[in-house]
Design a protein around this ligand. Structure first.
Ligand code: MN
Length: 226
């Protein structure tokens, strides 16, 4: 090969190699849901939520949702850019994706909106709640009623929609970010009313679990999301 021909061939190879790697770059890694670190110890919400329930809930239930959604995203070749991007298009995907994406996201949210020694809402959250529901007690009453009234497994939520606060609930692991959800809006607060969230300590007494759960609500976190 003459030197000139060789250089031209080498240049072509280089272009091909660059194009090849550019293509590999474009083929993005599939989206992965993350399990956020629990912001407190398993026993931190005692006596309202017991340590064993927290540990099983976090290490078994939540971890399984995260593992399963990531498997399903890879298996079904789903190209969503973020967790909320995927949730917004939940109607397009399989039940496995919908249920486990919801389970992964909802629990990350749930851990953040609780904390040891939660008090009453203050400041702008208190103002917003008083404005929308009359008083903090009336809000609690309505939210608790929604959580009690959710038949079977699901969640009760406080959301902000078009600048207004609203209370509602979702079935299974649906959430207000999903296009398939009966309740839509920006989630501000949620309670998990699946039996796995309370059965060890409260058995069938969901009302007692809900009543005690108010002691661990992280109102600062609700304020941040408002
Ligand atoms: Mn749960």
């Amino acid at each position: 090969m003459k030197r000139r021909t060789f250089l031209a061939a080498a240049a072509k190879t280089a272009v091909a190699a660059t194009a090849g790697s550019a293509f590999a770059f474009e083929k993005k890694e599939p989206l992965k849901f993350a399990q956020l670190k629990l912001p407190y110890e398993f026993n931190a919400l005692e006596p309202h939520i017991d340590a064993l329930t927290m540990q099983i809930h976090y290490e078994k239930h939540h971890a399984a949702y995260v593992k399963n959604v990531n498997e399903a995203i890879a298996a079904e070749n789903i190209s969503a850019s973020t967790e909320s991007d995927l949730l917004r298009q939940a109607s397009k995907f399989s039940a496995k994706v919908r249920n486990n994406a919801g389970g992964a996201w909802n629990h990350n949210f749930f851990w953040q909106v609780m904390k040891p020694g939660g008090a009453a809402p203050t400041g702008k959250v208190a103002d917003a709640i008083n404005g929308a529901f009359g008083s903090a007690d009336k809000f609690k009453e309505q939210f608790s009623k929604e959580a009690m009234g959710r038949f079977g497994s699901g969640w009760a939520w406080l959301v902000k929609k078009n600048g207004k606060l609203a209370i509602g609930s979702t079935a299974n692991q649906d959430n207000p970010l999903m296009d398939v959800s009966e309740l839509k809006g920006t989630p501000l607060l949620a309670i998990d009313v699946w039996e796995h969230a309370y059965y060890l300590k409260y058995q069938n007494k969901r009302a007692d679990y809900i009543a005690n759960w108010w002691n661990v609500v992280n109102w600062e976190e609700v304020a941040k999301r408002m």
